[in-house]
Design a protein around this ligand. Structure first.
Ligand code: ATP
Ligand code: MG
Ligand code: MG
Ligand code: MG
Length: 470
């Protein structure tokens, strides 16, 4: 039976509510009181204070569907079937309550009984020293040993500096020969899209101290994470997350804007998928109050938006198109995330302004970059100078990784160190200028003048410095 993505989210949360979990809303993408993280990248991230005991959870069993951003996966996006920079992570959590046995049993029950995924498609992995987990899978659940893979620390042990940590166990789905990379060793753990990992069960049973010793926790925790989009890929029996009902609606809109057909040309398909993914990230990030800027989260937003805009150009889309696409993101996700609908007009405005700003200079920037590339090729050089990369950034609004991406297509690279020093020099200049004039204009301040509740009265840019800078 096939279920829509929105239905699957509901089914998961209801299943864990039936196991006495408290359903909590997704936390915002911006971490609260956590300086160690730029953006929320997993279901457990915003729950950290409950795991460490810093705060008392509202119940010792919680279930969520958490919006996540993983910029670390940006290179994979559009190229693998399973990675997005934005995705939703389903999770069930135990704060010193149930442990391994229940976590494994319920995961299996959900997958095989509620989702009715055939067991012959499923595999599991356990941490190589975790005999207990293997035994539960084998003896209690009845999974054959040939389907259980023991893996090392890199894959199956979760830790982040000091603090709570522990082994994990992952569930994999075999999508069949058709998706195999073809290598002889293609099996569970292979990086290709045949055996896809879809659920990670983390057994937080240790506390790691400063000296690197592991101590057994008296009340161990459970933290699980399953990608909603990946669950939908399996349940809808489709090729990639970009074929999942809600995301396909967006992908189709991209194709329509570009007037290209999907699955006709690999390069175009990558651009189509990339835009589809990035506009989801952009829309959700902006709905959580992140504004385009040259630093931190704002820079991530800017990078993603501009990267999508440039791929729109590659597809031949004329004029701006991103705000229109964000409408579809809102349409398909607003029931689960009402903030999207509430901030609708505000989001269109943020996205439109940023795309307009980039459009004003992108063509010029691309022409200049093309000139640099020609020069390099003529002189048999391979490295674009940091100065030139900085000029593209500073004058034409090209995020560094955009310049790098375009150069890579020609087997060229950037002198990143020199770029960074140029950047630091500029920061230094800006700081002394600020000190002199007690100047207050960061990009955020400009956007902050946009009041979400009065979005029709936007008065345009008032900060001249901002306008001249990008
Ligand atoms: P992979 O090995 O496929 O990159 P992961 O091991 O990095 O996944 P985890 O950190 O274990 O992923 O996160 C838990 C779950 O979240 C994964 O099993 C997967 O279902 C989902 N997930 C992780 N990264 C992404 C992504 N970039 N896009 C979509 N879903 C993801
Ligand atoms: Mg990963
Ligand atoms: Mg993995
Ligand atoms: Mg994993």
């Amino acid at each position: 039976k096939t279920y829509g993505l929105n239905e699957l989210r509901k089914m998961y949360l209801e299943f864990f509510e039936s196991k006495n979990h408290l359903k909590m809303n997704s936390f915002p993408l911006v971490p609260q009181n956590d300086k160690s993280l730029l953006l929320i990248n997993a279901g457990m991230a915003p729950l950290k204070p409950y795991f460490t005991g810093q705060e008392t959870p509202p119940r010792n069993r919680v279930t969520t569907c958490q919006k996540c951003i993983r910029t670390g996966d940006i290179e994979n996006v559009g190229k693998t079937a399973r990675h997005g920079t934005f995705f939703e992570m389903l999770g069930n959590f135990s704060f010193g309550d149930y442990f391994k046995e229940e976590a494994i049993e319920w995961a299996w029950e959900f997958v095989t009984k509620v989702m009715e995924i055939p067991e012959e498609r499923l595999y599991v992995s356990v941490y190589e020293e975790d005999d207990e987990a293997e035994e539960i899978w084998n003896k209690k659940i009845g999974v054959d040993l040939s389907r259980i893979f023991r893996m090392g620390k890199a894959d199956n042990f979760w830790e982040l500096g000091v603090g709570p940590c522990g082994p994990c166990s992952e569930i994999y789905y075999d999508r069949g020969e058709k998706f195999s990379c073809g290598s002889e060793n293609c099996t569970v753990g292979c990086d290709c899209d045949r055996y896809i990992e879809f659920w990670n069960l983390v057994f937080t049973q240790f506390e790691k101290d400063e000296a690197g010793n592991y101590h057994l926790l008296e009340n161990p925790n459970i933290d699980t994470g399953m990608g909603l989009e990946r669950l939908a890929v399996m349940m809808q029996d489709v090729d990639s997350i970009f074929d999942v009902d809600t995301i396909k609606a967006l992908r189709d809109a991209v194709c329509k804007k570009a007037n290209v057909e999907y699955m006709k040309d690999y390069k175009k398909d990558v651009s189509i998928r990339l835009i589809t993914d990035h506009i989801r990230s952009v829309t959700f990030m902006a709905s959580d109050g992140i504004l385009p800027s040259n630093e931190g989260r704002g820079y991530v937003l800017r990078r993603l938006l501009r990267r999508a805009a440039r791929h729109g150009k590659l597809l031949g889309i004329q004029g701006k198109f991103l705000a229109d696409l964000s409408k579809i993101v809102i349409e398909v996700s607003k029931d689960a995330y009402p903030e999207l609908d509430e901030k609708r007009d505000y989001l269109y405005k943020i996205i439109t302004i940023e795309e307009d700003r980039f459009n004003e200079t992108i063509d010029q920037g691309l022409t200049i970059l093309k000139g640099y590339i020609d020069e390099l090729k003529e002189s048999k050089g391979t490295v674009l100078s940091g100065e030139n990369a900085f000029k593209l950034y500073d004058t034409y609004g090209f995020p560094l990784d955009l310049t790098m991406e375009i150069l890579e297509e020609e087997d060229l690279e950037v002198d990143q160190d020199a770029f960074n020093s140029a950047m630091n020099e500029q920061r230094e200049r800006a700081r002394s200028a600020r000190e002199e004039s007690n100047y207050m204009g960061s990009d955020e301040n400009v956007y902050n003048k946009l009041d979400a509740s009065m979005s029709t009265t936007f008065v345009g840019y008032t900060n001249t410095d901002y306008t001249s800078k990008i």
